[in-house]
Design a protein around this ligand. Structure first.
Ligand code: C5P
Length: 227
């Protein structure tokens, strides 16, 4: 197993994993893996090619052949599929739902695992998702389970969408998040749950910089030579 340090950040939708992972990676100068984007890209490609949500082999083939490039230093966007910027498109409600369907299929998860592990490169990696600590990077010395109340998570999504000038309904967002979390928690493969070795961080009522500072203090403990 690689000795390159990994910070695994898992948790439900809207808990702030993406924002925190990005800020921590930037601060440390480490690489970033947005594993949820991979499942979202499979869902988007499936919709475009008319592949059904239960066609495990068809979906796994799409997952194996994704032509994706992440450019997290881009001013806007940064997720390119076959040179098309799909950063916004993959965040819509259909892709979110579709991602949680394809993510329940072992063939799809298997097709994406090595691609995710390839992100582990010096000087370090911050990885966010649902199974970063439990399956993809079990050797990570720092595993964090980030959460917040459903009300706060839905409100954050609502504000994000409104800030982008998009239409949003708080009640719909809340039920979409709950439905997706339930599917992620109840699936047989790589279910969403805090592992016995993960540190719990409830971000309800905390600012982004509070959470980043807490994570950085844990990084200093887990990887004393690095930050
Ligand atoms: O993190 P994000 O909301 O972008 O993830 C979208 C969906 O992808 C999740 O609801 C989950 O079903 C799936 N996912 C997963 N394992 C990961 C990351 C995401 O199953 N490591």
């Amino acid at each position: 197993m690689s000795s390159v340090p990994v910070i695994a950040i898992d948790g439900p939708g809207g808990a702030g994993k993406g924002t925190i992972a990005k800020a921590v990676a930037r601060q440390l100068g480490w690489h970033l893996l947005d594993s949820g984007a991979l499942y979202r890209l499979v869902a988007l490609t499936a919709m475009r090619h008319g592949v059904a949500w239960d066609d495990a082999q068809g979906l796994a083939a799409l997952a194996r052949n994704l032509d994706v490039r992440f450019d997290f230093d881009a001013v806007a966007g940064g997720i390119l599929m076959s040179n098309e910027d799909v950063s916004e498109l993959i965040r819509d409600a259909e892709c979110s739902r579709g991602a949680s369907f394809v993510a329940a299929l072992p063939a799809v998860r298997g097709a994406l695992i090595q691609r995710q592990r390839d992100f582990q490169a010096a000087p370090g990696l911050v990885a966010d998702g649902r199974d970063m600590g439990s399956v993809v990077f079990p050797g990570a010395a720092l595993k964090i389970f980030l959460t917040a109340t459903i009300e706060e998570r839905a409100l954050r999504r609502y504000k994000q969408l409104k800030d982008k000038g998009m239409d949003a309904n708080l009640r719909d967002l809340s039920s979409e998040l709950e439905e997706r979390d339930r599917r992620d928690r109840e699936r047989e493969i790589a279910p969403l749950k805090p592992g016995p070795d993960s540190r719990l961080l409830d971000t309800t009522g905390l600012s982004i910089s509070d959470v980043v500072q807490t994570v950085l203090s844990w990084v200093a403990e887990a990887y004393p030579a690095n930050p």
